[in-house]
Design a protein around this ligand. Structure first.
Ligand SMILES: Nc1ncnc2c1ncn2[C@@H]1O[C@H](COP(=O)(O)OP(=O)(O)OP(=O)(O)O)[C@@H](O)[C@H]1O
Ligand SMILES: [Mg+2]
Length: 422
């Protein structure tokens, strides 16, 4: 196995730049299996970001800086006053592209080594290099030796030809460049990139789910991400630029109230599915532009739920279509895990179950201990998962793969974003 967790004692940090919030977790690796303990956390409302895209550099930079400082302050003692230098950051699925690729390398009857596997992965990276996109993940999904499919671990086996099926994730150069400038302005370096939906799955799935087949749906503020896991790897990903903020703006429009009141009504009284009792329950809806909050409109709760439900159905139907289009329905299995802040409305599990026709459970970051209550909910699945990624899966990072391959033209030819462009 190339599974090389970060060494015990290393400090790792994650920066999750979402449409609704920015969150930073700093942690220390505590064992040889990638386990970590949280040293500091920071989070605040996002600014200057819309549906995963930076729309105002200065505002986004300020939000990032404050968030990182808060986490650093909390971790200060453990970090002995050293400032944070590197972070792994999320890439929203709307800026990423998922593709399956098969490559082979000659072995000539020898025992297959890790170097052979790395050569195959590097070959795939070489084939997919382009000016307009960056490599994010190079995930070996399955192996075949001399045409024999279904090899789980080729290292140590003998053969003439090694074939590797790879899930390659690339990201748009320009949006990533904007995020990088924000981070650089905060005097931080990006140590790795990780797809938001992938990170959400890494922190919230149990091993059996990753092995047997499971689809993670991370319902964020501006983006709903899909990540399909099978055989312990992420085999497909996609995203829809719609999330909880769209639900909120539908409420604001439908009930002629402000965005902040709509958000409050959604969280307090919202539900994903209508019930008979909604008809009789009245809620107060402050009217737009009225200073005097003493005369709100009274509306039945059913009106609110009637606005929320169709939008959530739309998100879930678009998700279902993406899963169908992937052609991986079978591998994806019958299990779905919902994460993200917008997965918290009562009734969402039942609604997802009926639209997707799958077995659905609600997820949150379960693969990290001792997260404070304020940051252990589904909205922080991506943030925590970025730490799981960096502590356990560095062998899927394009830069690590390139570093493994023997020096030569390949390395020189590839304009890899971390080292060359930025
Ligand atoms: N209790 C709640 N009930 C319903 N929705 C909620 C609740 N709390 C938060 N949300 C919604 O969750 C969304 C934010 O989720 P999250 O923090 O996962 O998004 P994000 O990571 O910032 O955005 P993205 O991943 O889309 O870029 C908001 O739309 C918010 O309205
Ligand atoms: Mg998110």
């Amino acid at each position: 196995m190339t599974h090389k967790p970060r060494p015990k004692g290393s400090v790792i940090a994650a920066l999750d730049i979402g449409s609704s919030k920015v969150a930073c977790f700093i942690a220390r690796v505590v064992d040889d299996h990638g386990g970590y303990e949280i040293l500091g956390v920071g989070h605040q409302a996002a600014q200057g970001i819309k549906s995963g895209t930076i729309t105002d550099l200065n505002a986004a930079e300020a939000a990032i800086r404050h968030t990182v400082h808060a986490a650093e302050n909390m971790a200060a003692q453990a970090m002995k006053g050293y400032p944070l230098r590197e972070v792994v950051i999320n890439v929203p699925g709307v800026h990423a592209h998922s593709q399956g690729l098969s490559v082979d390398v000659e072995i000539s009857g020898q025992e297959i080594t890790d170097n052979d596997v790395q050569r195959a992965l590097a070959k795939a990276q070489d084939q997919s290099v382009g000016d307009d996109h960056e490599l994010i993940h190079t995930i070996p999904v399955s192996y075949a030796i001399d045409g024999n499919q279904g090899v789980k671990e080729p290292r140590g086996m003998v053969g003439d030809r090694l074939e590797v099926d790879i899930h390659l994730v690339t990201g748009g150069h320009k949006p990533l460049r904007n995020v990088a400038s924000c981070i650089e302005r905060s005097h931080l370096e990006v140590s790795a990139l990780c797809l938001s939906g992938y990170a959400a799955g890494l922190s919230s799935l149990v091993e059996d789910e990753m092995d047997l087949g499971c689809t993670v749906i991370d319902m964020g503020g501006g983006v709903t991400s899909i990540a399909i896991f099978y055989g312990g790897s992420m085999i497909y990903s996609d995203a829809i630029p719609v999330g909880g903020q769209h639900v909120t703006s539908d409420i604001a429009r439908g009930l002629t109230t402000s965005i902040s009141d709509a958000e409050r009504l959604k969280v307090l009284y919202g539900s994903a599915m209508a019930t008979a009792a909604d008809e009789n329950e009245m809620i107060d809806v402050p009217q737009l532009g009225e200073d005097n909050r003493t005369h709100p409109n009274h509306a039945p709760r059913s009106l609110l739920v009637g606005i929320i439900q169709p939008r959530l159905e739309e998100i879930l139907e678009l998700t279902r279509a993406k899963i169908q289009d992937s052609g991986l329905g079978q591998a994806a299995g019958r299990r779905v895990v919902l994460t993200g802040g917008a997965s918290q409305l009562p009734g969402i599990r039942e609604l997802a179950q009926s639209v997707l026709d799958k077995q659905v459970r609600l997820g949150r970051p379960i693969r990290v201990d001792n997260l404070a209550d304020a940051v252990n909910g589904p909205a922080f699945s991506t943030t925590a998962g970025l730490l799981n990624y960096i502590s356990e899966r560095s062998h899927e990072m394009p830069a690590e793969i390139m570093a493994h391959v023997e020096p030569g033209n390949l390395w020189e030819r590839i304009s890899f974003w971390l080292r060359e462009n930025w």
